[in-house]
Write a protein that binds this ligand. Structure first.
Ligand code: NAD
Length: 259
């Protein structure tokens, strides 16, 4: 029970990595808000984690200032405090730079960067008011450190999260607020399953080759990172007890990136 008595918001937690982190946090004793665009799916996940004593579903489009502020306030009103923010909600859109639609570029930056900013701002207002402070965790990516073709806004946004985390680490220190980034390699979630056929079509290769020759090519062992691997790192950052670990990014990727 490494997170007993803590309260967390996990954005995009109706699916994939966020859902796994939310479940791991509940197992470790935290109360968790499943904040997602998809309220019905968020409520189903919350019910599966034991209902309102353990988890609640919150409707939140992370690109909406009003929804982020109202949703965060609802979590504070329900559970009385806020110790952990996991800024995880994200999508992927792939295309070469010269063909990238401006509207889609802006949509990507809005979800990944505006979303991180808005949820951080709302969380800090509560964390700064608590003597215990809190922990802000961004779900970056190996693409916070490395580039891949077809992913210009994703790579740009994921690099940007490291900058945001470093500023929050500096500003938050005197309030005992830590900020760190987890940078996963490829994890088989709906976000990645969608990319496999898309990249096969874009590069004119088989889906098997997308996995072997693109996605896992630079790992040390040809393995996908698992949901459990990422959740373990998220527990570690959430429970770390001092400012010794702040402003950092941790790559969990089977050695794809060693930066
Ligand atoms: P996913 O598609 O399984 O889940 C994403 C969730 O985010 C969904 O529940 C969706 O409803 C929600 N969401 C989308 N837009 C939203 C918005 N505007 N507001 C609130 N919620 C919204 O994806 P995933 O693979 O679990 O990805 C989660 C995060 O992990 C993303 O930031 C992604 O970039 C990052 N990531 C994923 C991988 C991977 O290989 N899957 C690797 C590195 C980083």
């Amino acid at each position: 029970m490494r997170l007993q008595g803590k309260v967390a918001i996990v954005t995009g937690a109706a699916s994939g990595i966020g859902k796994e982190i939310a479940a791991a946090y509940v197992r470790e004793g935290a109360k968790v808000a499943i904040a997602d665009l998809n309220l019905q799916a968020a409520e189903t996940v919350a019910a599966g984690l034991g209902g309102p004593d353990h988890a609640i579903g919150i409707a939140m489009d992370v690109t909406s200032e009003a929804q982020v502020d109202e949703g965060t306030q609802k979590v504070i009103d329900t559970f009385g405090r806020l110790d952990i923010l996991v800024s995880n909600a994200g999508i992927q859109i792939v295309a070469p730079v010269e063909q990238f639609e401006f509207a889609k570029w802006k949509q990507m930056l809005a979800i990944h960067l505006d979303g991180a900013f808005l949820t951080t701002r709302a969380a800090l207002r509560q964390m700064y008011a608590q003597p215990e402070g809190g922990s802000v965790i961004y779900i970056g990516s190996v693409h916070s450190k490395e580039a891949s073709m077809l992913k210009a806004p994703y790579v740009t946004a994921k690099h940007g999260l490291i900058g945001l985390a470093k500023v929050v680490a500096k500003e938050g220190a005197k309030h005992k607020v830590r900020a760190n980034v987890i940078c996963p390699g490829f994890v088989l979630t709906p976000l990645v399953e969608k990319q496999i056929p898309e990249q096969a079509a874009q590069f004119g290769i088989s889906e098997e080759d997308v996995i072997k020759k693109i996605m896992l090519k630079d790992t040390v062992d040809g393995e996908f990172t698992t949901l459990e691997d990422v959740a373990e790192a998220a527990i570690f950052f959430a429970g770390f007890p001092s400012n010794a670990l702040t402003g950092q990014s941790l790559v969990v990727s089977h050695g794809w990136s060693m930066q």
